[in-house]
Design a protein around this ligand. Structure first.
Ligand SMILES: Cc1ncc(COP(=O)(O)O)c(C=O)c1O
Length: 391
């Protein structure tokens, strides 16, 4: 456990101590819209209440309620053009649990996993936890943080158990062109390696076009899609997500059985909320338009303002998700910068090196707060960068 490091929450305890002393901390570390002025659709909350009153308070089956798996198949078809059957889906307690289960099922000590550099930290954590060797593939900042497919090809080995892609991408906000995804799928098919595609921000694309990996796969590909409700349905605390499996039957049934074995040990995901989401997920998500409009306005503001701050640069503005990953143009370690930013200016961000080697010299911040709050945070950040420049 000592090997695990979660850069997004590491300094929360220190932030709380500062608050207890009467300081006002601006939190830009956790990707949770509900911490700002976004709220769960009322209709969804009413469905949850109704499901509980109707008595859906028992353990569900470990693979997830049938009606939710059916709704997920419809949602994937309508949102992403992905054709899956309810039996291809496993419901999990958030994508977080799906990642854990997948690593448990797929990797043994010494196996290799290909991860984007930078990566969402949970992929790094579970590689370490299950003893896999992390092999980072390049995604260059100057090229919009889009994966370098030649680098993937170079780094595949007989021990590679999966290629992880995450689109739209956390922490950079990159949205991958369909052509690049297709090239990754071709390499994966050639070497018979499953592609794990984390698409939790699918509907939160503001520039460019999001294309689901599974929608581009050929019949030779094995694709494990990871997705969930936390971000797009504004229910981060409900802890519901899913994995789906696409590809030749004999290969996917084995992986799926391994994942399901893991899921049986935690009995089930939370039942009444599965019922509520099943009833809600197939309707047109009207609420998303307004959510996206607000997020996009903040994304544009943050992208412009961050580039104006002396000592920071943002050569590739985010196109999707809700993070910016600016580079520190200062002689300072990124973790030290993040710590000082909290202690001296009371702004909490995540330090970039926790997201992989290419994250070194960067910070990740969430641009979800209202613009006046963001402006206050950027003013505070600028005060620190100016002091550092002067020293
Ligand atoms: C890329 C990515 N995957 C997975 C998760 C985990 O989401 P959840 O467990 O809430 O479904 C997050 C959360 O920030 C994320 O950014």
């Amino acid at each position: 456990m000592q090997k695990l490091e979660y850069p997004i929450r590491k300094y929360t305890a220190l932030a709380r101590q500062l608050e207890e002393r009467g300081e006002r901390v601006i939190y830009l570390n956790i990707g949770d819209p509900l911490k700002y002025d976004f709220s769960t659709p009322r209709e969804l909350i009413e469905e949850a209440y109704r499901a509980m009153l109707e008595g859906h308070n028992y353990y569900a089956s470990s693979d997830g309620l049938r009606e939710l798996r059916e709704a997920i198949a419809v949602k994937e078809k309508v949102w992403n053009g992905v054709n899956i059957r309810p039996s291809d889906v496993l419901v999990t307690s958030g994508v977080s649990e799906a990642i854990n289960a997948l690593f448990a099922a797929l990797v043994d000590e010494g196996d290799e996993v290909l991860l984007p550099d930078p990566s969402y930290p949970l992929y790094i954590n579970f590689s370490d936890f299950y003893g896999a060797r992390k092999v980072f593939y390049a995604a260059r900042e100057e090229e919009g943080w889009v994966p370098d497919v030649d680098d993937i090809r170079k780094k595949i080995s007989p021990r590679t158990k999966m290629i992880v892609v995450n689109n739209p991408h956390n922490p950079t906000g990159a949205v991958y062109p369909a052509k690049v995804i297709k090239e990754i799928l071709d390499v994966a098919a050639e070497y018979k390696v499953p592609v794990v595609s984390d698409e939790i921000y699918d509907a939160l694309t503001f520039e460019g076009e999001f294309k689901s990996t599974a929608a581009l796969a050929s019949k030779d590909n094995v694709v494990i899609g990871l997705n969930g409700f936390s971000k797009t349905f504004l229910v981060t605390g409900w802890r519901l997500g899913y994995a789906y499996f696409l590809g030749p039957e004999e290969e996917i049934s084995q992986i799926k059985a391994g994942v399901l074995n893991f899921l049986m040990t935690r009995l089930s995901a939370v039942t009444p909320l599965q019922v509520a989401i099943a009833r809600f997920a197939t309707r047109r998500p009207d609420f998303l338009e307004e959510v996206k409009r607000k997020m996009d306005e903040r994304r544009r503001f943050a992208s412009k303002r961050l580039n104006e701050i002396e000592g920071l640069s943002l050569p590739s503005a985010p196109k999707g998700a809700f993070y910016a990953f600016p580079r520190l143009e200062l002689q300072v370690d990124d973790e030290e910068f993040a710590r000082r930013l909290l202690v001296e200016e009371k702004v909490l961000v995540a330090y970039g090196s926790g997201f992989g080697p290419a994250g070194t010299g960067h910070i990740r911040l969430v641009y979800l707060p209202p613009i006046d709050e963001l402006e206050e945070a950027f003013t505070r950040i600028e005060r620190l960068t100016k002091r550092l420049k002067a020293s």
